[in-house]
Design a protein around this ligand. Sequence first.
Ligand code: PMP
Length: 334
Amino acid sequence: MTQIEISKNSQAQEGASQPRNGVSPADEGYAYFEGRIVPMSEAKVSVATHALQYGTACFEGIRGYWNEQQQQLYVLKMREHYERMAASWNVLHMHPKESIDDLCRITTELLRKQELRQNTYIRPLTYKSSCTIRLTLQELEDAVAIYAFPMGNYVDISGGLRVCTSSWRRANSNAMPVRAKVTGAYVNSSLAVDDAKTAGFDEAIMLTDDGTVSEGSSCNLFILRNGKFSTPAVSEDILEGITRNALIEMIGREFGMEVEERRIDRTELYAANEIFFCGTGVQVSPVISVDHRPIGSGQPGPFTMKLQSLYLSACRGEHERYRHWVTPVWFQQS
Ligand code: PMP
């Protein structure tokens, strides 16, 4: 499987594969930190920071897509990501000084400062910045940091993923705020994907406490079965993915099909004609086997691949009807 590609020097092309041991995002570039854009090497926190001790931060992952023909970098669903981060603030009693408008403006500024003209990943983080061992959430300081780096595909999106159902259940909404993207909660995802990879799979599907399908370790999931698309309902302990919503819109518009949001049994996975993961990181990634059982023909499904191609061209700002999904970074040439 393709590994995460992080390199300042290479053009992050779709399908390109670079080992992760290149330049790490911590080594160079700039970050928004403590109210200013500073060199990445200056964006450092104390080891006593509450967020580091207790996982009390929330984050987003946003992609920028480079359009070679238009010489434009498009940020995908930027406002939606910051709106979701603001919903996470509410859960964690966070009151950073930046507004959603500020964060959209700062992100664009940061990308310009870094001269990013290639596929890019943006990581905003809001964290409890006080240095204290007190566990409570209120009356602590909150800070926002943002950094960005070139990144291509996170997983191999063309060949199809071989996945397993994880023995780690997805954290339940009464134990963890699953709707918020809280850093500490990602131990749950790390355990699942680490076990899956150790066992030779590409990804894990996590089940709810009740044993129904929830999502991948950091992505949502759709199945196509008997001519109908379905995806686990928002009550199935999923993170309410921005890509998931975008694809529900796209499947309606392009295929004229409504997506059922419902409970999905584990064995429905084995009976599906097509399965795909979706998320900012994985984009639209076909699943070709689950628990060693081939899905459909055992090859990436035709609907999945059509959807992937439509999605990626919308991300690159090539479709007028999906222009509202993307924000241009560079000034439009007349
Ligand atoms: N579930 C989890 C646990 C995730 O971390 C992500 C990635 N943010 C997703 C689903 C997909 O969400 P999105 O489409 O907003 O990236």
